[in-house]
Design a binder for this molecule. Structure first.
Ligand code: HEM
Length: 156
């Protein structure tokens, strides 16, 4: 069970982190170079709709599997009478992971919903502002994601 949970945890992290890497370093610069603001907004609405649906699933799986990995090990350490429980890096992953989930909630409910409404109403300046917020928050989650991975691997 532990190995399956860890595999699902890894798959979800790869989907989320890989999607953000592609978006920030391949898709965004290419769109800025090739399309005008309205074309970009229409395309990104379609892209984000699909990507955020995937992230929503990844978030649920990451949280469910992450808490399973954490509590299973914590309980085993306690039962064995080991001092300390789990490594500090695991606690950092728990905290940073929850922060990332909150930031994603903000991206979706404060950013993407506003963006979609603005695109539907052809209010391009509003759409541009919402897209700017989404971009900033995706950068925040991208940095947090790598910090969480470094913490869980390197902090004992
Ligand atoms: C939401 C709360 C989260 C909790 C409670 C959690 C918990 C954990 C735990 C306990 C482990 C260690 C498992 C082990 O070494 O056997 C782990 C590993 C890992 N987590 Fe998380 N995690 C969370 C969120 C995230 C997020 C948001 C990401 C990245 C986007 C992530 C990426 C990873 C990766 C890549 C590993 C594997 C590291 C390795 O190979 O040892 N986790 N997580």
């Amino acid at each position: 069970m532990y190995d399956i949970a860890k595999l699902l945890h890894l798959i979800s992290a790869i989907v989320w982190m890989g999607g953000m890497t592609f978006m920030l370093y391949a898709l965004r610069p290419a769109l800025l170079a090739q399309l005008d603001a309205q074309q970009r907004a229409r395309l990104m609405e379609q892209v984000w709709q699909r990507f955020f649906a995937m992230v929503a699933v990844a978030v649920v799986v990451l949280f469910a599997t992450g808490t399973h990995l954490y509590t299973a090990t914590f309980r085993a350490a306690k039962a064995a009478g080991a001092a300390g429980g789990v490594p500090l890096g695991w606690n950092l992953m728990l905290v940073i992971g929850m922060l990332m989930i909150l930031v994603f909630g903000h991206i979706y409910f404060a950013g993407f919903r506003k963006f979609r409404r603005a695109v539907a109403a052809a209010e391009w300046p509003v759409a541009g502002k919402a897209a700017g917020l989404i971009h900033k928050l995706v950068v925040v989650n991208f940095v947090l994601g790598w910090l969480a991975i470094v913490a869980v691997r390197l902090v004992r």
